[in-house]
Design a protein around this ligand. Sequence first.
Ligand code: 1YM
Length: 685
Amino acid sequence: MEEKHYAAGDITILEGLDAVRLRPGMYIGSTGQKGLHHILWEIVDNAIDEAANGYADRIDVRIHKDGSVSVEDNGRGIPTDIHPKTKVSGVQVVFTQLHAGGKFDEHNYSFSGGLHGVGASVTNALSKWLKVRVWKDGKTWEMKFHSYYNEKKKKYESGVPEAPLEDLRKKTKKHGTLVHFMPDDAVFTVTEYQLATISHRLNELAFLNKGLTITLTDDRIKANEYVEENEEEETVQLDLLGATKSYSVSYCYEGGISDFVKYLNQGKSALYGKPIYYRTEKDGILVEFAIQHTGDYTESLFSFVNNIPTPEGGFHEMGFRGGLTRMLNDYARENKLLKDKDANFLGDDFREGLTAVLSIKMKNVQFEGQTKTKLGNPEARVPVESSVVEGLRALAADPKYKKTFEEIVKKAQGAARVRIAARQAKETARAKNSIDSLTLVGKLASCSGKKPEQNELFIVEGDSAGGTAKQARVRQYQSILPLRGKPLNVEKKRLDQVLANEEIRTIISALGAGIGNEFNIDKINYHKVIILSDADQDGFHIRCILLTFFFRYMRPLVNAGHVYIGMPPLYKVYKQNGSVEEYAYDDEELQQKIDKVGRGYLIQRYKGLGEMSAEQLWTTTMDPDRRNLTQVTIEDAVAAENMITTLMGDRVDGRKEFLNRNANFNKPDEFINKVRLKKEEGDEE
Ligand code: 1YM
């Protein structure tokens, strides 16, 4: 590693140590759990800075048996030469003067500050004892500090050197710094370090500092005593070793925040294999981001400034979002994925299912907000935005990323479609509200019972079948909503147009729980929504339309298992004299029923629900004790939606092929292969 020349004279001294013990809260926020960990982060920060500047690639953190903690890096070592102004060593200055640091030097590329950055001296001031060891230029140095009550002065003295920095006269090739300290129990209300807190943060720091290896060891526990989430199996194997060794874990990510994004997306279906990653420097601000979209619908952006999380956002996030939206809209236009007449995508469209990590480094950070985790520097916005535009441009020009960017725009198109459709539906609903709402519910034959968990809504194809169902139903808990006899030719229509459809609006008002983002499952009037359509192509279409609609706009309804497909029989096998009557739901069953009825059987083939009498419809399709219901659940919402898109969308080829392969109109199980269809559970009745 390249050695940068340092002279102790570079150190700036701002303030003495005295104030720290008097008002610890002013420096570390609290003297509880948070403050206790804060004084560790101060030391870790210095080691991280050394690594970020390219001088160290390893940091070891250890929690000792006695409750003390130590941090070691393999950097240059804290300066040991004598500081001209104070006439003491650099080490002594760093640990006894507030805000001491070469980092205040303009030429030094270091960005500590903000939440932390009060310096290692604060840690010293609030420790019972602190020991520093420096390996530098072939020498080993040591210095010890302690805090104690001075009887003569009747006051506490903190972070007092026991002796000047000492040359231990031990030759070494090693270089680096070790800081070991014991938090003072006279200061802190709790003194026990939390393994989970520390490991979580060190893992995060390893992601944020590509290639840096951070090891955490806890001497308080054995390797076999700590089971990290999802790691139970490994621990069992380690058992023998674990009985003697301390628990230890190492974090190192060659991919940095790109690995971070992959880690966050574990268990989700990513839309493209490799996250997009870019890093640059703009106007003195280091900007780094990694993004990857998944089939999910939420956005998760994790932002950091100087390695500090900024969950409240701020100007860097504004820049990031702005840059993303601007570049991707331009890209979509340039590649004719947006037509001239189309409006731009909204930022939200591009951020549906987005997982992103944004990490910037800058000087003089200003944190604001409720928890001081919002970046308040307006000057950060523009450089971040232009970095994002520049980075995405560069990658989009690379043929390797063609698919990635196409996927991103495709995802945005889906999001935009839903957004537009939902808005139109809302507007239509609003406009219709006053006059038409009466006629809308007029079509619905409502049940009298008021318990949604018992109530069933039958959406029935055709006015005639609807009429039969109304006669057949148990009025108390079964509602009938007849759909117009002729199937809508919706295959070529987009969902927003489907939503303009009166039947769909009737369903929305019958269910009474709203739609889209505003859908509230707690308000549904029915716990069983049963689609009852003919076992022919038209019926299949209706089923598709309704399922698409539920998938897209009332997904919680499907997720909760409230949507069912009712299955009318295809055949009746009977005897002329009326002594036997059997129903068959498919051809296989037909053969069984023929065998059962025996000689002299007759077969009636039902072409539609309308051919059945009220009694037949009740017995075969509506009676909870005898009917054949199939519950629609979403195994994989994403796969389901894609499939529905193939079925209903613009891509005619895909749909035809799918229909040819799958359209056995009698068997819902085959009708949608990726959507799990489950038999109605008997105990639900
Ligand atoms: C386990 C904690 O503190 N490492 C560390 C700290 C420093 C340096 C190297 C360092 C910095 C510089 C020059 C510089 C610090 N030095 C100072 C100060 N690990 C840990 N490793 N040479 C060495 O910033 O110019 C403060 S921290 F002020 F002395 F320069």
